[in-house]
Design a protein. Structure first.
Length: 150
């Protein structure tokens, strides 16, 4: 008895319609992969951004200066007097400028120490919540930024 040999089933080649559907599916998969890749890149970029430490309503706040408007006006007025004095007595003008700048630095140092103490005292009262610490860090960040702009 001779065994019958059966050829394995071979699928007929895809029709034009099937090829078009396959091409469309492949295109959709490529688009989905591209969108996923873009989303992952956006997430990575967002993760690399520094975490905002201030509440959103505080983000747009106008940055305050380290001196009050009155102090700034007083210092400017004294500086103008020193510049005018230079015409008649350059040596005294330079001395007065040195004293004025020294006074401003001492005033600034006192204000900075007071602000740091106030911030430290505020968050060291009891066990602060994460939100309290976030706000304190926001104040430090604002303070830090102002120091860098001096």
């Amino acid at each position: 008895m001779q065994e019958e040999r059966h050829e394995p089933y071979q699928q007929p080649p895809p029709t034009t319609e099937q090829q078009a559907r396959q091409a469309q599916q492949a295109e959709q998969e490529r688009e989905q992969q591209a969108e996923q890749k873009q989303a992952m890149q956006a997430e990575r970029q967002q993760a690399q951004q520094p975490m905002p430490t201030r509440a959103p309503e505080e983000q747009g706040e106008k940055r305050e200066t380290l001196f009050t408007p009155e102090q700034r006006e007083q210092y400017r007025s004294r500086w103008q007097d020193i510049q005018i004095e230079f015409v008649t007595d350059p040596h005294k003008s330079a001395e007065d400028a040195s004293h004025l700048v020294s006074e401003m630095v001492q005033d600034l140092e006192k204000q900075l120490n007071d602000r740091c103490s106030n911030l430290e005292h505020a968050w060291q009262q009891g066990k602060p919540s994460t939100e309290d610490l976030r706000i304190a860090l926001g104040h430090y960040q604002s303070f830090f930024d102002r120091l860098l702009s001096v």
